[in-house]
Design a protein around this ligand. Structure first.
Ligand code: NPW
Ligand code: ADP
Ligand code: K
Length: 500
């Protein structure tokens, strides 16, 4: 699903009005209805609902929502924040319509006009929407501060008032901190950026049937992976397939004290459908691997504690495997660096590079040129910063991410909440699965195994990354549902992987 910028959203609005055709007021009604459908599913009709409206179209939505909720017998109070002399046309139309249903509209001009808010009430924030053009101030700011101080549940219409949809806010901007954001049609870029977590809450899109052709044609580098889109990426298995059909992967993982990383990535790789798996680990890990992961073949390294390359058992060179995954638990020993240096030029097909292999790249930048094109790199933000540079805000980080993927012709999975998959073409696909339960050691090693398995099965690297990150997060969501997020461990995530 695409993420569009504010100018595109405005143009999409116009395209819908002209091409459907539909009157602007009716489009607003449709938006309000879509919001109300969500609202009545989540809050009973006994909920005291206080709707705060601005004077633009977001406020117009708020007035229409108020009327629709009153028709559904909700106890509703309407508070209009009167910060400017002029209202939008559709605000005025809806103001007139609302007045036919209720006489009780409160106008907030001074702080003393702001109503008290209690914990069992719901606030609907329709003060400012995507038309935000400057920081909030005056009575708008005071009202937002009062709402944020209150214990009430807050639901933002389209976007929290004061939050820019596609550009950074200043540190001291005053912005609504909602529990939920119900947004129209498509998510906004602001929703998937770490700095904005408290200004978004749980967000949902509601379909208001905006012009599909405009959306299809609109150019954007930003996408959000819809579950339906992720499922479409999954390859079906042929009735006459055999283990050779699904590739033979080589994982170069583990070191003394970090053999768990090897076990986790190997188990995840097997649970993600690889045909055959060979794991090269330092010699000390041999009994561990053979016992913990009997399905994998083992290549004990010549070195007791770290990976150095030559193996004690016969086997093809790494370049002969369908793909290679390298990094989890390998450390940064000079012998391991030497191995990495020798290995890279021998690899021609895309590989997966994670953890200490990424740190070796950061410390030996010349090696970046040797990484096979279309390989998948999976840094967390700290590793990405080491690979590139620091950033002043999340938007600058996205620019650095796109440039890096384009310049080096690699796929980069920047991990964390809403992991971002950057492609060699300069697009970014944000992922919505996963939860804070995944913030525990080893879950990244699991992802390496997942992605290695998908490459081995012949997935296109971008599709492998988008699908793998989605499935990994979904596995985490299944675990969180069953046992709660706090006690989750990485092995649980492996066991919860499902491919269907
Ligand atoms: N997308 C869609 O398809 C659909 C969108 N819909 C709805 O429309 C909403 C967008 O509406 P909108 O453009 O009228 O913007 P909105 O934010 O309500 O107000 C802008 C006004 O506020 C002013 N203003 C700006 N910043 C300010 C500040 N800090 N403090 C005070 N004032 C400030 C600004 O002033 P100006 O910049 O012109 O000087 C202007 O006058 C969108 O979020 C959604 O809810 C649906 O109804 C239908 C389908
Ligand atoms: N709050 C979160 N929401 C969603 N996913 C998360 C969150 N925190 C961590 N993750 C995921 O968990 C994994 C952690 O990887 P990483 O930091 O490399 O851990 P490790 O090195 O311990 O294996 C990544 O896939 C990341 O996207
Ligand atoms: K709003």
């Amino acid at each position: 699903m695409k993420i569009l910028n504010v100018d595109q959203i405005r143009a999409l609005d116009q395209a819908t009005i002209q091409n459907e055709p539909i009157a602007p007021l009716n489009l607003m009604e449709r938006a309000a209805l879509a919001f109300v459908d969500w609202f009545v599913d989540h809050f009973p009709d006994t909920t005291l609902t206080k709707i705060f409206c601005g004077l633009g179209n977001n406020g117009g939505d708020g007035l229409a929502i108020a009327r629709l909720l009153l028709e559904r017998q909700y106890p509703v109070e309407v508070h209009v924040v009167r910060y400017a002399p002029r209202e939008s046309d559709d605000f005025m139309h809806n103001h007139r319509r609302l007045k036919l249903v209720t006489e009780k509209v409160n106008y907030i001009e001074f702080s003393r006009d702001i109503p008290a808010l209690r914990h069992n009430e719901v606030v609907i924030d329709a003060i400012l929407g995507s038309g935000l053009s400057r920081p909030t101030e005056g009575i708008v700011k005071s009202t937002i501060e009062a709402i944020n101080r209150a214990p009430a549940t807050v639901v933002a219409v389209d976007i929290a008032s004061g939050l820019y949809a596609d550009q950074p806010n200043a540190e001291d901007d005053v912005i609504i901190e909602p529990d939920y954001t119900i947004t129209f049609q498509l998510p906004k870029l602001a929703f998937v950026l770490p700095k904005n977590g408290r200004y978004v809450g749980e967000w949902h899109t509601v379909d208001i049937r905006l012009h599909k052709r405009y959306i299809d044609l609109a150019p954007t580098p930003y996408y959000f992976t819809h579950p339906r889109e992720a499922r479409l990426l999954l390859h079906k298995r042929d009735r006459y397939s055999h283990k050779g059909t699904f590739g033979h992967a080589l994982l170069l993982v583990g070191s003394y004290g970090k053999m768990g990383a090897a076990v986790l990535s190997a188990r995840a790789c097997l649970r993600s459908g690889v045909g055959l798996l060979t794991v090269q680990i330092p010699r000390c890990g041999y009994p561990v691997l053979q016992t913990a992961v009997p399905e994998a073949m083992c290549r004990p390294d010549g070195h007791q504690y770290v990976l150095t390359g030559p193996s004690e058992v016969e086997g093809p060179p790494p370049g002969d495997y369908t793909t290679v995954g390298i990094g989890p638990g390998i450390g940064k020993a000079p012998e391991t660096l030497a191995m990495f240096r020798e290995l890279l030029p021998t690899l021609k097909k895309p590989i997966v590079v994670d953890a200490d292999a990424l740190n070796l790249l950061s410390e030996n930048r010349e090696l970046l040129e040797q990484v096979p094109p279309n390989s998948i790199l999976t840094p967390h933000p700290k590793e990405f910063e080491r690979l590139t540079q620091t950033w002043k805000d999340d938007y600058e980080k996205l620019g650095i991410l796109r440039d890096f993927a384009k310049t080096h012709q690699v796929v980069v999975v920047l991990k964390g909440a809403y992991s971002a998959v950057a492609t060699p073409a300069g697009e970014i696909h944000f992922n919505g699965t996963g939860n804070p339960g995944l913030s525990t050691g080893g879950t990244g090693d699991v992802l390496t195994g997942v992605l290695t398995a998908l490459l081995a099965q012949g997935y296109d690297p971008v599709e492998a990354a988008v699908l793998g990150v989605y499935a990994h997060g979904l596995a985490g969501d299944r675990v969180a549902e069953q046992r709660g997020p706090i006690g989750m461990v990485a092995s649980d995530v492996v066991d919860a992987l499902r491919w269907e």
